[in-house]
Design a protein around this ligand. Structure first.
Ligand code: SF4
Length: 767
């Protein structure tokens, strides 16, 4: 079926050709996908006399379901504050003013040349986004390496899925968020969901969990908050923030003690179990209770449910992953899944619930500092040779790996005036000019006040976005970019299913796609022959670049995606006379993607968070999302219906802690960490632990949660520790002091079950 329909008013089912320029008195309907999260719900966009609205589409992932964000997404297309012309400031301190595309492009190209002539090629950085289409992510990676010849490209997905990606690569030799389709979820007898709250972050996915429950299945949730997801669970493990790894090893300890592990699976399909078994030996339930606050009896119950199930899944998300030990946290849960023999069987498996819209695809095709398209490595000679061949350059022209996202942001500006974060590599050259596409690091990066200062210190900043985001406000040149429903391109959802977003409306006059922007800049830099701005041609080139790589898209075409409701990678091209590859909905059924086909157990050492509460900052602070907002809020804060639901950041505080601090519900409070202070409205709720505060991160300004977060990085994934740091709370108008009801470092407010009494061993280094 053609995905774009033109239909007469009142005849909603007749199919026509396209909806981009509707004639008067016609209705066009285009089958496409939501602009937001990684579920990429299918939706139909109906254009009636120029007005766009969202309608149901029966797509296999969301089966007609949409959340409030999806239902209200069309409002983004008609916002009056939409950027419709490039903006430029003539000098630092001058205001941004509308200019022509030629003027903005000429200035940007001239600044790139000037900075590179003066400071070298790597003085230019590129910062992308996990919401970009595969085509944009691919072309952005190529633009950095071929157009700018800089190693310094990374993206905000580093802040999202990088720990799960590194863990999955180590254990299985491949990184695909879910190695099975969503339809497998109801087949699991037991599901262990760690650090995820899909009931609020992607509600349509809950139909799979509800189906699992209806079939008699159990859901175990591990989360410091009693979220709506946790409230619907069979068992809730309300752990102390930052102690996920101890929970995983503790469950493995019980499974070993009670002979619940699958010895045949371990012998036939894995390597490295002995070291993991040895390490688990000392994680007795009562010790794990002391470390995590989860009662030993609850741990025993969870281990028995998992270990006795015929099929079980472990799903992790940002809770354990967004930590300075996020890779090891994730590996500890993968170790548990492997020990129980839960992988590669029907209704069983480990998976990561990806967050950003194209969190999966955007990390496969060259936006990451160390990667080339197809999940190839930039430091591998054969990989470089292949991609250079597709790009028509010599492999020695390709730069090497660049800095990770936070490290690049931390390096911005002149090294002389740069107060770099503790632990940063001061020997690395600085990035003096930055191109940001589809990202808002001024709000979404940790330690954001510092990041804003670094952005301000740049010699030149160019930003492409739909709206004047907080990062765009700091730019020297701003490009107005087309948005989801105004352009075409592919996305890869959390299952590894490659989808096609079709254009439903024309972009406003003056707006161009990021592909056009990159191709136009490349022409001005004398590299235009390497670039096209046609999305389907870019996808065809991506297919060739990915051929033979781990994320092989070479057998996927736009035609097949439409005909088959998406195609799962890997999907190699069959060649001229071969039989079309069906795609790969399920991985690991017979072998893992390692050299010998066996999964790897990876030994991990339990260690504390980078910053633990102390007398000065006696509470834990954790951050996350709310249902009606998305990421840095650049889009959702502009949607009336969403803003009415969640107009401001509300800090979750347990009533017992609030009572001790004399804080009332709805009162403004200051929260302080070692990075800075933020002001939020108190929301008293018994669903949070009494020793923990929860702050949503979608807002800029004084209420920005990332003014507080810790940029301590995981040694492997370079993921910052968004999920845990030490904080104190200051009722407005009072001085911060531990005597304000926080005697004993706040611990007096903590019930025994939540109190950690065992000293945590010091950092052990990477295992
Ligand atoms: Fe959009 Fe995600 Fe909501 Fe689906 S769950 S409608 S993809 S935001």
């Amino acid at each position: 079926m053609t995905p774009t329909h033109r239909i007469g008013i009142g005849d909603a089912e007749r199919i026509g050709r396209r909806a981009a320029t509707p004639a008067p008195d016609t209705v066009t309907a285009t089958e496409t996908h939501c602009p937001y999260c990684a579920l990429q719900c299918g939706m139909r966009l109906v254009v009636r006399n120029g007005a766009v609205s969202v309608a149901v589409r029966d797509f296999p992932t969301n089966k007609g379901g949409l959340c409030q964000k999806g239902w209200s997404a069309a409002e983004l297309l008609s916002r009056l504050d939409r950027l419709t012309a490039p903006l430029m400031r003539t000098a630092k301190g001058e205001p941004l003013r509308p200019v022509s595309w030629d003027a903005a492009l000429d200035r940007t190209a001239a600044e790139i040349r000037r900075v590179q002539d003066r400071h070298g090629r790597e003085a230019i950085g590129v910062f992308g986004g996990g919401g970009l289409t595969n085509e944009k992510a691919y072309l952005l990676g190529k633009f950095a390496r071929v157009g700018l010849q800089t190693p310094n490209i990374d993206y905000n997905g580093r802040f999202c899925m990088s720990s799960a990606a590194s863990a999955s690569l180590r254990a299985f030799g491949i990184d695909r968020g879910l190695p099975f389709p969503l339809e497998d979820i109801p087949r699991a007898e037991v599901i262990l969901l760690v650090g995820a709250n899909p009931a609020e972050t992607m509600p349509p996915i809950m139909q799979y969990f509800e189906a699992q429950k209806r079939s008699g299945g159990s859901l175990i949730v591990v989360d410091p908050r009693r979220t709506p997801t946790a409230r619907s669970s069979t068992l809730h493990l309300q752990l102390t923030p930052g102690t996920d790894m101890a929970v995983a090893i503790g469950l493995l300890h019980i499974a070993l003690r009670d002979s619940l592990v699958d010895c045949d699976f371990i012998a036939d399909r894995t390597r490295g179990f002995d070291a993991v078994r040895r390490d688990a030996a000392s994680f007795w339930p009562d010790r794990v209770e002391r470390l995590t606050g989860v009662p030993a009896a609850v741990l025993e119950q969870a281990a028995r449910l998992l270990g006795r199930a015929k099929s079980a899944m472990i799903l992790t998300a940002r809770g354990p992953e967004q930590q300075a030990k996020g890779v090891d946290n994730t590996l500890a849960f993968i170790n548990l899944a492997l020990a129980l023999g839960m992988i590669g069987k029907p209704g069983s498996g480990w998976g990561c619930l990806t967050g950003q819209g194209n969190g999966q695809g955007a990390r496969e095709h060259g936006q990451k500092a160390d990667q080339l398209p197809g999940y190839r490595r930039i430091d591998n000679a054969a990989d470089r040779e292949h991609v250079a061949g597709v790009w028509g350059i010599q492999s020695d022209e390709l730069p090497g790996p660049g800095m990770s996202a936070y490290e690049m942001l931390d390096s911005l500006g002149s090294p002389a005036d740069a107060p770099r974060s503790a632990g940063s590599d001061r020997t690395r050259a600085s990035v003096r000019a930055l191109l940001v596409i589809g990202s808002n690091p001024a709000v979404s990066a940790p330690n954001s006040a510092h990041v804003r200062e670094r952005l301000k210190s740049l010699e030149f900043l160019a930003v492409s976005d739909l709206f004047l985001s907080e990062t765009a406000e700091l730019a020297d040149v701003v490009f107005p970019s087309a948005q989801w429903a105004e352009e075409e391109g592919t996305m890869t959802n959390l299952e590894g299913r490659v989808l096609l977003r079709r254009r439903a409306a024309q972009p406003p006059e003056g707006v161009r796609s990021d592909l056009e922007l990159l191709a136009a800049l490349a022409r001005r830099l004398g590299r235009g022959r390497y670039f096209t701005d046609d999305p389907e041609s870019v996808f065809d080139e991506l297919r060739r670049a990915s051929a033979g790589g781990a994320a092989d898209y070479s057998g996927i075409t736009w035609r097949r995606i439409e005909a088959e409701d998406g195609v799962f990678w890997p999907c190699p091209d069959a060649g001229e006379h071969g039989q079309e590859h069906p795609g790969s909905p399920r991985l690991f059924e017979r072998r893992f993607a390692t050299e010998d086909g066996r999964a790897r157990f990876c030994a991990v050492r339990y260690r504390p968070s980078a910053e633990e509460p102390d007398a000065e900052f006696p509470l834990y602070l954790t951050t996350g999302r709310v249902m009606a907002q998305y990421q840095s809020g650049t889009q959702t804060r502009r949607v009336k219906a969403l803003n009415a639901i969640a107009p401001e950041p509300r800090l979750e505080i347990h009533p017992e802690l609030a009572r001790r601090l004399a804080i009332e519900d709805g009162r403004r409070v200051r929260i302080a960490t070692r990075r800075g202070e933020a002001v939020m409205t108190a929301r008293l709720t018994a669903t949070i632990r009494p020793d923990t505060l929860f702050a949503p991160f979608h807002w800029p300004g004084v209420g920005s949660a990332n003014l507080l977060t810790n940029p301590a990085l995981d040694p492997v994934s370079r993921m910052p520790e968004f999920k845990v740091c030490a904080a104190r709370i200051i009722p407005d108008g009072t001085e911060p002091a531990t005597s304000q009801g926080l005697e004993n470092g706040g611990a007096a407010a903590i019930p025994d079950v939540c109190r950690r009494t065992e000293a945590i061993p010091g950092p052990q280094g990477e295992s």
